[in-house]
Each structure stands twice: as C-alpha cells, then as structure tokens.
Design a protein around this ligand. Structure first.
Ligand code: HEC
Length: 258
C-alpha cells in the first residue's frame, strides 16, 4: 500500500515538475549523481564539511540559514564535525547578548546553541544591499524549489558570459540559463578557487557547487539518513513477515480439501 502511494505521489510530483519546466520559463536542470539519492542513499561527511565551508565563505555574506544552530553541525547524519571544531567555527561569529548590569546590549562570540548568524539585521537591510531583491533563507531551499538539489546545483553553474540577443537585463539582474525566465538578481558567486578547501580538494566550480548543494540538501532534511535506515528495516521486516504469513497460511490449510 505504502509503495503504491509513494509511486502515485512521485508520479504526481514528476508531472508537476515537468509542467513547471515545460512552461518555457525554465530549463530542465542537470542531473548529477548524488550520494544521498536512492533508497539507501547517504550523505558524504567530507562533502558536507566542504559544503559548509563554501556556504560560510561564499553564500553567508548574503543568505541566512535561520533554522540551523551551530550544534547541528556535530549531530549524527550531518557534517559530523567534532565539538571542538564547531566551537571554534561558531566563535568566528558574533551575536548580540545582554543586557548587562548597566542595561546595555553587547556582542559576544557565538556558542553551540546559537542559531547561524544572519548577514542582515532585517529583511529591509538585505533588500537595500541587493538592489531590492532579498536573498532568501537557504535552510530548506532544496525542498522549496521544484528540481531540488539538481536545480540549485544547475543554478549555481548556469551563468554565461554572453547574454543572448533578445534578452535585456535591468541593472543588478543577471543572465542564468536555469533561472526563471533566465534572469536572476543574484550574481555569479561560484568561481574556481573561490575557497581554499581545508581538506586539500581542488576547488573547481563543479566541486564547489556540488559540495554546497549537498550541504543544503542536508540542512533541508537533516534526518534523511535516519528515515532511509528505518525505511529499509521496515521493508526487510515486511518481507520476512510476508514469508511467515505465506507458510503459516499453507500449513493451516494443508489438510483441507478444496
Ligand atoms: C552577493 C549576494 C549573494 C551571494 C554571495 C549569494 N547569493 Fe544567492 N541570492 C542572492 C539574491 C539577491 C537572490 C534573489 C534573486 C532573485 O530574487 O532574483 C539570491 C537567490 C538565491 C537562490 C534562490 C533562487 C530561486 O530559485 O529563487 C538560491 C538557491 C541561492 N541564491 C543560492 C546561493 C548559494 C548556494 C550561494 C553561495 C554559493 C549564494 N546564493 C550566494 C544574492 C546572493
């Protein structure tokens, strides 16, 4: 039953997605292989760790991730940094605290229980700094767009130097083949060697786009691995149960003539 429902749901979803792409407004995104795809898919720790680095060094100057706290980076199923590492990483950001004895608010380094520090005090500040377009929060972005990880990955790599004829771009709007109407108010941000990976991986554009997308796929569904693990156990259980029921049934009816 569960399977039929799932098949039905994914059919509906793919019809919906193909409508969105077929409407002519959007290009079908690229489909790279993701380690977290499929019924037994898992995140790769190193990939998530690199993805966090790309988010922090490249995206976090414009995009918040309000739903994450620094301690989430330690949890099982995620990047699984050590507590010591995350304490040091959090301490690089400052949060407002207080009031102190004089009633003044003050800044202190972030700790494990703090939410990811947002680049903006409020939405208005974010808009003003980006020509009116607010860089949306990225916590659950992979779930929020049709095409999910494939779309985000493609979007990050979809910038082209030449704008084709017939497309006019307003100030602060960029040509991107995977964006809606091929226009987006976010400039290209992924460039080769845009970060220097601490694990020594070569920071090509493809590598950076992959890593940060995997990181955002995890933040959108931090319990993915647990869900798949339980799902797998349930299926095994159901298979064993069906065998048992089958043979029990046979045995019970063995002496009865039909
Ligand atoms: C200079 C600021 C800036 C940086 C840096 C930046 N973005 Fe953006 N981003 C924006 C703005 C502005 C928008 C809103 C675009 C729009 O509405 O057209 C946006 C939109 C997006 C969207 C939503 C696209 C959609 O379908 O609506 C995604 C996803 C995204 N950015 C991902 C990233 C990632 C990942 C990084 C880091 C690798 C990043 N951004 C870095 C400014 C930025």
């Amino acid at each position: 039953m569960l399977k039929i429902k799932n098949i039905f749901l994914s059919l509906l979803l793919s019809i919906f997605t193909s409508f969105a792409f077929a409407a002519g407004e959007m290009h079908e995104p690229m489909h790279p292989d993701w380690s977290f795809q499929g019924p037994l898919g898992k995140f790769e720790r190193a990939e998530l760790q690199r993805g966090y680095q790309v988010y922090t060094e490249v995206c976090s100057s414009c995009h918040s991730m309000d739903l994450l706290s620094y301690r989430n980076l330690i949890q099982e199923g995620g990047p699984e940094f050590s507590e010591k590492q995350v304490k040091a990483m959090a301490a690089m950001f400052e949060v407002e605290a207080g009031p102190d004895a004089d009633g003044e608010m003050f800044m202190r380094p972030a700790i494990l229980s703090d939410k990811f520090v947002s680049p903006w005090k409020n939405e208005q500040e974010g808009r003003i700094s980006n020509g009116g377009a607010y860089p949306p929060d990225l916590s659950v972005m992979v779930k929020a767009r049709p095409g999910g990880a494939d779309y985000l990955y493609s979007l990050l790599l979809g910038y082209e130097d030449e704008t084709p004829e017939g497309i006019t771009l307003d100030d602060g709007v960029y040509y991107n083949i995977y964006a809606k109407n091929q226009k987006i108010a976010m400039p290209q941000v992924i460039y080769e060697d845009g970060v220097e990976y601490t694990d020594g991986t070569a920071a090509t554009e493809v590598q950076m786009a992959r890593d940060v997308t995997a990181f955002l796929a995890w933040s959108a569904e931090p319990k993915l691995e647990e869900r798949k693990r339980i799902g797998f156990k349930v299926i095994i259980y159901l298979i064993i149960l069906s065998f048992l029921l089958y043979f029990t049934n046979k045995r019970i009816w063995k002496d009865t003539s039909h």
